[in-house]
Write a protein that binds this ligand. Structure first.
Ligand SMILES: [Zn+2]
Length: 92
């Protein structure tokens, strides 16, 4: 079983969380009208081998969204940060 260190609640079992998707996907600009960027954003995902950033929702805890760094081969868990803080880092 995976265990995540929630920034709010501390170390918790994976069963308290729901997977929320790939945290590396970048949303196209709102003004983007071409089909391909939106198709890629909505439907296409990589299947990475190794370290990966994922959204998880602590739905049976503090109800915060977090970004978890997880190795897809070993399931080792790296940093866990609040999603709102991770998004700020990506925008700066
Ligand atoms: Zn929490």
């Amino acid at each position: 079983m995976l265990r995540f260190k929630c920034p709010v609640c501390g170390l918790r079992d994976e069963t308290e969380f729901d997977y929320g998707g790939d945290a590396t996907v970048v949303r196209p600009a709102t003004a983007e009208t071409a089909f391909e960027p939106w198709y890629d954003y909505v439907f296409l995902r990589d299947n990475p081998r190794g370290p990966h950033r994922e959204f998880w929702h602590h739905s049976r805890g503090c109800r915060q969204w977090v970004v978890v760094e997880r190795d897809t081969l070993s399931h080792d868990i790296g940093d866990v940060v609040l999603a709102r803080d991770a998004v700020k880092e990506n925008r700066s």
